[in-house]
Design a protein around this ligand. Sequence first.
Ligand SMILES: [Zn+2]
Length: 147
Amino acid sequence: MNCLECQKELKDGELNEALVAYQVPLCSKHKKRLDGLIKDHNTPVEAIQLYYGLKQADISPMLEWWNGKRSVDIAISRAKLNIIIDTEYDQMTQEEAISDLEHTMHSFKNGFTTIRIPHTLVKHYLLETVQNIIGIVEGIKANVRAI
Ligand SMILES: [Zn+2]
């Protein structure tokens, strides 16, 4: 198996380490880079899985993209699409929910669409989730052309 970032062939130990942590094959260098990113941003593991799922579908996603106000789990810049992985629907307070809605509103004013995906969807329906996001990206691009 090869590293999904650099295509380098993996040694046995490397493969296990990354697969156990993120369920994606990565070399030691790229696993370490991801470990650092997750530590800094508290990135959910499902965001990593979705990121690599989209990457393999040739979507060119960006992980932990800084939009000027906050870090977005995944962004697809050519479609101006932000993807947020929801990990704790139930625990969200009203204050968090309104700040979230405001963020969505500001992004929208800047031409960005924000979609929220429950983490369990990525866990259990990764392929379908990727397929739907591809459809959304195509839909956005078609609408932008129409305007
Ligand atoms: Zn690598």
